[in-house]
Design a binder for this molecule. Structure first.
Ligand code: ATP
Ligand code: MG
Length: 631
């Protein structure tokens, strides 16, 4: 048995001793008495009796050995700024922020809602909350006022922290007026709003008695030292709402000790990062990837983390690779959407920079199609590791673990179940285990490992009802994703369970059809949705973005490309999966986190209302879809 398979087996059969060992990676103010309390399934409490603190583990613990090492490097191509903070400097900045926050009466268990651009103060604020035992909830700075208000009402924060503005592609995004509107809409508005003034929006007006100016207060609190509030391991560290791709967002509640342990282990086993090295995660602090692998993970592991404010293609498509070369990045983490954006750019950008420091490039967030995986692997010349996880889990569910065993990448697959996860691929009909190459629903037999959500914020019943009721006779956590395992044990994600379409009685995942369409050389990106069909029940419909637009510039060209693509699908999957039509667009409707708005796409294709679009990246995509449907 390989080293990894062995580790995984031990993490399941010897759960408590495995995690007791892993727990030694972090600092405990008081040691735990019990590794796991699972007396109330499916609620799991990890490291019972232990006391710790995320901020202490991410910052204070390193001061003695790496106080002068860079902890945070802020790079903004929006403001042309680069600023590095050593662990000592980070410690000072976090203490000032913590002192300012505490002065507003915020303490243990109080919620603080952050609506922030990618600036160092966002990281300071998260760590400061953790230091105080306050529960942060970062709302992605791109959500509309109504979405922000809904999160305010759910989290009921005492304080909100924002900035005057963010920047995107050189354009100012006015955060402060949006927060004003969100607070106005909310039924449980915070008492105060702390504003970090970047000086981008010169017009914003403070609300007297409510708004506080961070820069002014920080001066008053200069040099402050705020003691760490030690929390019980299972006390909440933060609330993070899911992306809302499939409906009403759920407030994922994370614990403290389990999360710190899970992240610390993953930094070594999965990301293969070493203390003192540099990690560059291209996500946003508003998403789970940002929480775990921009802020907490790398810092807990004593690494330098890069906080990048800007686009992947500005000033040009080489910017990320320039950052890797300039900062000798060892571990990089990005998304399939970003990979597809770069794939459309001149490949010369990838050759321009020295990427020799880079060990692995990790991608997650949505399906990584095989051609893009292969392309990126060749272009970067380093293993590109697709890995799969959810806001709910906080760290990977499926991955390779190059920190344990060299990565044997299989294109299109996020690899194997991660240690700690008792993953089951089950037949939907009777919850029995699917065989090799047979589709099944991905489920996790509880207890969920450390780091995973402990409940839905304020709603234990919703936690159980939402995640543990897919199969009536067994208590299993449903990922709502559909997968298949090959004979070598590699798992492939076939899409979300509600993305399966039924063509004349055949159940086909939209992901499978997308993968088949992608096999055509001229396809950059594709989305397949099921549309109602009088004869077959449902039929797949494909929206494709081509690499060479000249080929679809004329009607004759479009017809020829469509025929070629349909023939490709026929070859790969058979005629049953053949899309009714292939419509060509240059943009697909996506959320700001790069996820396809599949429900909206399907609604438009069926002539229905596209629904909630507050998180859409570029509304122009909808116009294109509407127009394409008219042809
Ligand atoms: P909501 O749950 O609110 O509808 P969401 O599921 O989009 O939103 P996230 O938790 O950010 O919110 O996304 C997790 C989902 O993203 C997974 O369940 C899966 O569908 C998809 N995903 C993540 N990583 C991968 C991957 N490597 N391959 C395929 N799909 C992935
Ligand atoms: Mg989800």
């Amino acid at each position: 048995m390989g080293a990894y398979a062995d580790l995984h087996r031990r993490s399941i059969t010897d759960r408590e001793s495995f995690w007791a060992e892993e727990a030694q990676r972090i600092h405990w103010h008081r040691p735990f008495d019990q590794v796991l309390d699972y007396s109330r399934p499916p609620f799991a409490k990890w490291f019972v009796g232990g006391q710790t603190n995320l901020c202490y583990n991410a910052v204070d613990r390193h001061l003695a050995t790496r106080g002068d090492q860079p902890a945070l490097v802020y790079i903004s191509t929006e403001t042309d700024t680069e600023k590095s903070y050593t662990y000592n400097e980070l410690h000072d900045a976090v203490n000032v922020m913590a002192s300012v926050i505490a002065a507003q009466g915020v303490g243990r268990g109080d919620r603080v809602l952050l609506y922030m651009p990618m600036i160092p103060e966002a990281v300071f604020a998260m760590l400061a909350c953790a230091r105080l035992g306050a529960v942060h909830s970062v709302v992605f700075g791109g959500f509309a006022a109504a979405s922000c208000a809904a999160r305010i009402d759910d989290a009921k924060p005492k304080l909100m922290i924002t900035a005057d503005a963010g920047l995107r592609g050189g354009k100012a995004i006015h955060y402060k007026p949006l927060v004003d509107e969100a607070v106005r809409l909310a039924k449980h508005p915070p008492r105060h709003v702390l504003v970090v003034n970047r000086g981008i929006d010169k017009e914003w007006q403070p609300v007297p008695g409510r708004d506080l100016l961070y820069t002014a207060l920080a001066g008053n609190h200069a040099g402050a030292q705020v003691p760490v509030t030690w929390l019980e391991s299972s006390e909440p560290s933060y609330i993070l709402y899911t992306s809302g791709t499939t409906g009403k967002p759920k407030g994922v509640q994370r614990d403290t000790g389990g999360y710190a342990v899970a992240l610390a282990g993953s930094m070594q086993h999965i990301y293969d990062g070493r203390p003192g090295e540099t990690m560059f995660t291209t996500s946003d602090v508003g998403w789970v990837v940002g929480h775990s692998y921009i802020v907490y993970g790398p810092l807990i592991h004593g690494m330098t983390t890069i906080l990048y404010e800007g686009l992947p293609i500005r000033p040009d498509a080489g910017i990320w690779w320039k950052i890797v070369a300039d900062h000798k990045v060892n571990v990089m983490f990005s998304s399939p959407t970003a990979a597809r954006v770069l794939k459309k750019q001149d490949p010369a950008y990838l050759k321009k920079y020295d990427l020799s420091s880079l060990r692995h490039l990790f991608l997650a967030g949505e399906p990584l199609d095989e051609p893009t995986h292969r392309w990126l692997h060749d272009a970067v010349g380093k293993p590109v590791i697709d890995h799969y996880w959810q806001t709910e889990t906080g760290w990977p569910i499926l991955s390779l673990a190059p920190g344990i065993e060299p990565a044997q990448v299989k294109y299109g697959s996020p690899g194997f179940p991660v240690y700690g996860y008792d993953l089951k691929l089950l037949r939907e009909a009777d919850a029995t285990e699917a065989g090799p190459n047979e589709k099944g629903v991905l489920t996790i037999a509880p207890p969920l490992p450390p780091g995973c959500m402990t409940t839905v914020w304020g709603d234990d019943a919703r936690f159980v009802e939402t995640y543990f009721r897919t199969f009536p006779d067994q208590l299993l956590y449903a990922t709502f994703d559909w997968g298949v395992r090959d004979a070598d044990g590699y798992t492939f994600i076939l899409g979300r369970t509600d993305d399966v379409i039924n063509v004349a009685g055949h159940r086909i995942g939209t992901r499978e059809i997308e993968e088949a369409v992608q096999a055509h050389a001229n396809i950059a990106e594709v989305a397949v949705v099921g549309v109602a069909d009088a004869v077959k029940g449902q039929m797949p419909l494909a929206f494709a973005v081509v690499r060479d637009a000249a080929k679809v510039a004329t009607e004759a060209g479009r017809v020829a490309q469509e025929q070629e693509i349909l023939a490709t699908v026929d070859r790969q999957l058979g005629g049953i999966a053949r899309p009714k039509r292939v419509l060509f667009v240059t943009l697909l409707p996506k959320t700001r986190s790069g996820k396809l708005l599949r429900r909206s796409l399907q609604a438009l294709a069926e002539g229905r209302d596209p629904g909630d679009l507050t998180t859409i990246e570029d509304p122009a995509a909808l116009e294109q879809i509407r127009n394409a449907l008219l042809t």
